[in-house]
Structure formats: structure tokens, C-alpha cells
Design a protein around this ligand. Structure first.
Ligand code: SF4
Ligand code: SF4
Ligand code: ZN
Length: 340
């Protein structure tokens, strides 16, 4: 097995392996566009899938309904709260499956919220702005996300608990709304063949061409989707569309959980750990990468609860069932809902 692995490495280095090159093309608060060169499609796709499905973020996982007079069922409110994107500090929490509390929920793996709202008028909209977070680093990315429309005097009182999770378990834990790439296109026009018919300019919906001195010229090659419409339209075969299979344009759009560059960094960290695990399985191969320092844990925070909420403080067995549960208390009839 080691010989086979060494042979693969030897052949790879013989082909002239080059270092990956990354150029930032565009960066906004939530979106990052990169040009990534000298990377194979398989590796690029692995990074894409890890960022989507295995890079953690915070999402509400458990909701305790203390009072609900709104027209929505408890389950719908819990579900809506679960889908609210939350800001995530990657260094603060650990996955509950890796926590010392063994998934019961503690300050190391969960952040609490409370919400107590009474509609002052008909048509009042309870929003994420009414959620009161206990950890200022874990808050809804917007305070305008609707939760329930209520009639005058109706009340909603809930406690909610957010946990770190991964998209592989539920899409609500995906830190990105988009993580996509395309190979870098090359569009060429043979000016000697071009007869200036303008058909390619009309056919291309991405405005890649324009006419200049009665010839088609390429003005925005990166905008090309490689649909080949122009090639099929050109009767004199003057257009050639190709691509570089080891270079990509990568777009990462964050849900707001964290800045996109932090999500990429965290995703690559997850990838590194997977690589280390894999390399350990190869006999005689020691990992060549150095371990990153352990994440800093947040100082313990004690949830603040109102008098009524104290009556419903969660008492959980160390290992919880994943099914939706309803907890009835003699006094408050509160209900605890999974937000999935
Ligand atoms: S379709 Fe072909 S011939 Fe016509 S303008 Fe475009 S490149 Fe030139
Ligand atoms: S392949 Fe499609 S997108 Fe690209 S230049 Fe031709 S028509 Fe435009
Ligand atoms: Zn814990």
C-alpha cells in the first residue's frame, strides 16, 4: 500500500506539480469571489462540499414554548426560529457531540435566547428583533425576520437554545447560501474568419462579445458560462470556447453567520483534520502538518431567566432522544420543541 502511495506521489511530482494560487477578485461583507489556479477538480469539489456540509455554524436547536396565543402552532414557531441565521464565533463553542456534557447542553456548546412579546395592536409582527440573546456574539443576522403575525393582546413567550452544528445534519447549519465554482473560460475569435454578421453578439446572453471595426471581439471572457451558443451560431466557425480544467472562479456567499473569508478558513481547517485522519491510516506515513492551537472556550455564562422561565429550566438526561418532545408542566403547561 505504501509503495502504491509513493508511486502516485512520484508520478504527480513528475508531471510538475505547482502550488495552488489564489487571487481575490471581489470581496463584500457577505460575498467573496476568488480565482483559484493549479488545483484539480476533485480537490476543488472536496473543499466546496466541506464548506457547505461540514463547516459548523450556530442555529436554534431547541425551543421551550412557555406561552403561545398566536395563530401559529408551537411546531411552526420552533421551526421558524430554527431557520434564523445566527452570527457564529468559531472559537467560542464546540459541537455538542464533542462536548464534555455529552450532548445535554452547557455553556460550552449552546447559547440561550428568550422572547416575551405581547401584540399592542392587530397585525403586529413578532420578529427576530424580539429575541433577546444571552451571548452578544450569537445573535440573529437580521432583526427583521418575521416569526408570527398576531392579533391585539396575543402573547408569545419562549426560551430557545442554539447549538453549533453542521449542514450534513440539517441545512439550517450551513454557513453559506452559495459555495459554487466554475472553470475559467477562454473565448477566442478568429478575426480572419469573422465576416461581421453579429450573430454571436445577439446570441450571447452574457454580453461576452461586441462588434469593433466590423469584427466580433471578446470584451468580458470571465462572464462566459461555456454554453456554446455562440459556437453553434457562427456559420464560419470563427469562435472557439475552451476552459482550463485546473483553474476556477469560486463564489462564496455567507448566510451572515461569519465573514466569508472566515468560513473558508474554518472549512480548510476541517479539511486539514480530515486529511490528518486519513494519513494516519496509511502505514508508515506520519502527518506532515502541524496541529492548530485548540479553540479558546468562552467564559461560562449563566442564563438569565425570568421567574416564570425558571419553572421550566431544562433538566435533561445525559443522552437525549432526537424526537420532538412536549413537556407539560402542571402550572405553566410549557412545551419543549425541536426546531427541526
Ligand atoms: S457569428 Fe462568427 S462571423 Fe458572425 S460576427 Fe460572430 S464571430 Fe464573426
Ligand atoms: S459560450 Fe455562451 S456565454 Fe460563452 S461567449 Fe458563447 S454564448 Fe456567450
Ligand atoms: Zn456542552
Amino acid at each position: 500500500m505504501v509503495e502504491e502511495y509513493n508511486e502516485v506521489e512520484r508520478r504527480a511530482s513528475k508531471r510538475g506539480r505547482q502550488d495552488m494560487k489564489i487571487t481575490v477578485l471581489e470581496k463584500t461583507e457577505d460575498t467573496l469571489t476568488l480565482r483559484v489556479e493549479e488545483v484539480r477538480p476533485g480537490l476543488m469539489n472536496a473543499i466546496r462540499r466541506i464548506i457547505i456540509a461540514e463547516t459548523p455554524s450556530m442555529a436554534i436547536e431547541e425551543v421551550v414554548i412557555l406561552e403561545n396565543q398566536s395563530p401559529l402552532f408551537d411546531e411552526i414557531i420552533a421551526h421558524r426560529l430554527g431557520l434564523v441565521p445566527l452570527t457564529t464565533n468559531f472559537d467560542t463553542y464546540v459541537l455538542s457531540s464533542e462536548c464534555t456534557c455529552e450532548g445535554a447542553g452547557c455553556h460550552l456548546c449552546q447559547a440561550g435566547f428568550t422572547m416575551e412579546v405581547e401584540a399592542p395592536e392587530d397585525g403586529f409582527l413578532a420578529t427576530t428583533g424580539d429575541l433577546k440573546p444571552q451571548d452578544p456574539d450569537t445573535v440573529p443576522v437580521s432583526d427583521k425576520i418575521p416569526i408570527a403575525k398576531m392579533a391585539k393582546g396575543q402573547r408569545i413567550v419562549v426560551e430557545a437554545y442554539a447549538r453549533l452544528g453542521i449542514g450534513l445534519d440539517h441545512a439550517k447549519w450551513q454557513p453559506v447560501s452559495t459555495m459554487a465554482y466554475k472553470m475559467i473560460p477562454h473565448v477566442e475569435v478568429d478575426a480572419k474568419k469573422c465576416d461581421g454578421c453579429k450573430e454571436c453578439v445577439n446570441a450571447c446572453f452574457r454580453q461576452v462579445f461586441k462588434m469593433q471595426d466590423n469584427k466580433a471581439v471578446v470584451v468580458d471572457e470571465m462572464n462566459c458560462t461555456m454554453c456554446n451558443l455562440c459556437v453553434e451560431t457562427c456559420d464560419v466557425q470563427a469562435i472557439k470556447v475552451t476552459y482550463d480544467e485546473n483553474s476556477f472562479i469560486v463564489t462564496i456567499e455567507s448566510t451572515g453567520a461569519a465573514p466569508p473569508e472566515q468560513i473558508v478558513e474554518k472549512g480548510l481547517d476541517v479539511f486539514r483534520k480530515k486529511y490528518e485522519e486519513l494519513i494516519k491510516l496509511l502505514p508508515g506515513r506520519a502527518p506532515k502538518v502541524t496541529a492548530k492551537p485548540k479553540a479558546k472556550k468562552a467564559a461560562p455564562t449563566k442564563p438569565k431567566t425570568t421567574k416564570k422561565k425558571k419553572t421550566t429550566t431544562k433538566k435533561k438526561a445525559p443522552k437525549k432522544s432526537k424526537t420532538t418532545s412536549t413537556k407539560k408542566k402542571a402550572a405553566s403547561k410549557s412545551k419543549k420543541k425541536k426546531s427541526k
